[in-house]
Design a protein around this ligand. Structure first.
Ligand code: PLP
Length: 382
């Protein structure tokens, strides 16, 4: 519509400009811009407190992907990793880039996370780890996964990119598995422009991981790992320090957006909304809807196109599934993850960010509902 700004699926949170300038002022005095400087260490400490890690620890990375990829490398794994195809490219690539073989487990039709009841049937004598994803902030079946991992002596690496600020039974999602990896990308609930973190308990693992993010350098005269460069710089850490002061308020504002979407879209035949999980303090990271074309009367593509025609850019997130990516040349059989395939063909994530106006939520809901046959003729729902 003329005059109206386009609305994207997300919009990065920004601290007040003056607050960021104040935060980076000292860098003009120290000239220490990267390599674990004062901002890096301050953010590490602040996040350790925010996640209530107690005995555990956290390290920071240039992005979430490197936290994940280097965590796998630091574990010296070989063989198969049980994971999910209903995720961002990063998860599967982290496995394959480590020379490991992903084995895809189907997902739960309500939470879209790995269906923990299907994990055991995928375990072979080559299985070394489980890499589940807390999709849209929906927390995985962490208790069952822990029990299976313990029984078969498997490592557990959580892709926790979507769960910043969440707790399950009062415990931060940073505390589950051998390691939980976060993304602080600009599009996430909490961001450092680009950035990421790994949270873990084993200090020896932490040391190895730290070396791998700094070229494998052990000390000035010893390089004993084939590392990468994945250090978070001071400007990104400073952005994190600012954003962390506002993140709880941002999550609260997201909650209001989610509540309005729910008021408008709950109980609409053919629309499935995201799960509301017991025992989880949510962060409202995304607002996915699953559109069943037979009942709703329009397809996901119809709704996507209708929104786009109004300058509203929803995302088919996660579509396509990672086990269908061209780069894998048909190595994986998508028929083995039918629920994930069903969901990925019907899911649409609607715009969701703290400052999304309630009037815009209403406009988006109106456009979605008008895609129905009765909506198109302007009639009431029958
Ligand atoms: C964003 C994201 C990542 C990767 O994070 P980057 O910081 O962009 O590298 C990994 N996994 C999931 C599920 C994500 O959403």
């Amino acid at each position: 519509m003329a005059g109206q700004r386009d609305i994207f699926v997300t919009r990065s949170s920004m601290p007040p400009f003056e607050e960021y300038v104040d935060e980076i002022r000292s860098l003009w005095e120290t000239h220490w811009l990267t390599n674990m400087g004062a901002k890096h260490e301050a953010l590490r400490a602040a996040l350790k407190a925010y996640f209530c890690l107690q005995g555990g620890d956290i390290d920071l990375f240039t992005n979430g992907h490197m936290a994940l990829e280097l965590s796998l490398q630091a574990m010296n794994l070989q063989g198969e990793v049980i994971t999910t195809p209903f995720t961002f490219a990063s998860t599967t690539h982290a496995i394959v880039r480590n020379g490991l073989t992903p084995v895809f487990c189907d997902v739960d039709p309500v939470t879209f996370t790995m269906d923990a009841t299907k994990i055991e049937s995928l375990i072979t004598d080559r299985t070394c780890a489980i890499l589940p994803v807390h999709v849209y902030g929906n927390v995985c079946d962490v208790e069952v996964i822990e029990r299976i991992a313990h029984k078969y002596e498997l490592k557990v690496i959580y892709d926790a990119a979507h769960t910043f600020g969440e707790t399950y039974k009062g415990k931060s999602t940073a505390t589950f598995g051998d390691v939980s990896c976060f993304s602080f990308h600009a599009t996430k609930v909490f961001h450092t422009i680009e950035g990421g973190a790994a949270c873990f308990r084993d200090a020896a693992f932490g040391k190895k991981l730290y070396q791998l993010k700094n070229f494998g350098i052990k000390n000035a005269e010893c390089v004993d790992g084939i590392g990468a460069n994945a250090k978070m710089n001071e400007f990104c850490a400073a952005m994190g320090l600012c954003n962390l002061r506002h993140v709880d308020e941002e999550i609260e504002k997201r909650g209001r957006v989610a509540a309005r979407y729910r008021e408008r879209l709950a109980d609409v035949p053919g629309l499935q909304l995201n799960a509301v999980q017991q025992d989880v303090k949510p962060n409202y990271a995304y607002f996915p809807i699953i559109i069943d074309e037979k009942t709703f009367g329009a397809t996901r593509e119809d709704v996507f196109d209708a929104l786009a025609a109004h300058g509203i850019h929803a995302r088919k997130y996660f579509y396509p599934l990672t086990n269908t990516f061209e780069c894998f040349h048909g190595a994986f059989d998508v028929a083995k993850t039918p629920v994930a395939l069903h969901i990925s063909r019907r899911v649409l994530t609607l715009p969701m960010y703290a400052d999304l106006a309630i009037a815009d939520v209403d406009r988006i809901a109106d456009i979605v509902l008008a895609c129905r046959p009765q909506g198109r003729t302007g009639g009431e729902a029958r």
